[in-house]
Write a protein that binds this ligand. Structure first.
Ligand code: SF4
Length: 237
């Protein structure tokens, strides 16, 4: 989508030619139809935004042309096709995603009206990918295990401090494993490792290891300030 083609000039010629043909079609064909549609739907007259001030310096004109010809299309490509279309296609499938993203782009965000409903992060099923198997094993010279890393950070949280982590202690094994992988400080341990996916396992929480990175809040946990606002104490910093 974005990148340098091997034969650049044929691409430039084709892009310029089709662009020159497409421009009047979009402005006088699609533009007029969309304008009439928007007026009918919203009941308001739609006027073109004033894109540029009346008096621009030569540098201002050059920057505006560069923005219109290069930056705006890249921005549009990144946002509408890179972010919006992908997230809609993931959620509703390719055809519906393409229709919704295309409608949103061509109506400048007016359609579809309202806000799309989103599910909470915690409600999205966890899909274990097994990537951890590719991680290098700790050798405690260049790669350190989590507990050694917490020790080396100089974290001095009291072991008897009340736990500030609000998580369910009985969850499905996939969720418990996600917490264990996400947490950089080995706060979560699983009981019943051998139980199959879908089974509920006990989660042991060692809150004093926590370095308050907040990662757990992405998947159902809640981090509260320990002891009314205290935090990890780093003796090396
Ligand atoms: S905040 Fe970070 S370090 Fe603390 S328990 Fe959550 S993931 Fe682990």
């Amino acid at each position: 989508m974005i990148g340098f083609p091997r034969r650049i000039w044929p691409e430039v010629r084709a892009g310029t030619g089709f662009g020159a043909l497409l421009y009047p079609v979009m402005v006088f064909g699609v533009g007029i139809v969309v304008n009439l549609l928007l007026q009918a739907i919203t009941g308001r007259s739609v006027s073109s935004p004033r894109q540029l001030p009346a008096h621009l310096s030569a540098a201002g004109v050059a920057i505006s042309i560069a923005y219109g010809v290069v930056i705006a299309p890249v921005h549009e490509e990144l946002f509408f096709r890179g972010i919006l279309f992908r997230s809609l296609a993931d959620r509703y499938g390719f055809a519906t995603g393409a229709l919704l993203a295309g409608t949103a782009m061509n109506s400048l965000g007016t359609l579809p009206p309202g806000n799309l409903s989103l599910e909470r992060d915690a409600d999205v099923p966890v899909a274990p990918g097994g990537r951890e198997r590719g991680y290098p094993k700790p050798d405690n010279e260049r790669v350190f295990d989590k507990l050694s890393s917490v020790y080396l950070s100089g974290n001095r949280t009291r072991d008897d401090a009340p736990s500030h982590i609000r998580v369910d202690r009985k969850v499905r094994r996939e969720v418990a494993e996600a917490w264990r992988h996400m947490c950089p400080a080995q706060v979560y341990e699983l009981a019943g490792e051998a139980s199959p996916a879908g089974n509920v396992v006990d989660v042991e929480v060692t809150a004093s290891n926590c370095i308050q990175c907040g990662a757990i809040s992405a998947k159902g946990g809640r981090l509260t300030p320990p002891e009314g606002g205290d935090g990890p104490e780093y003796s090396l910093m």
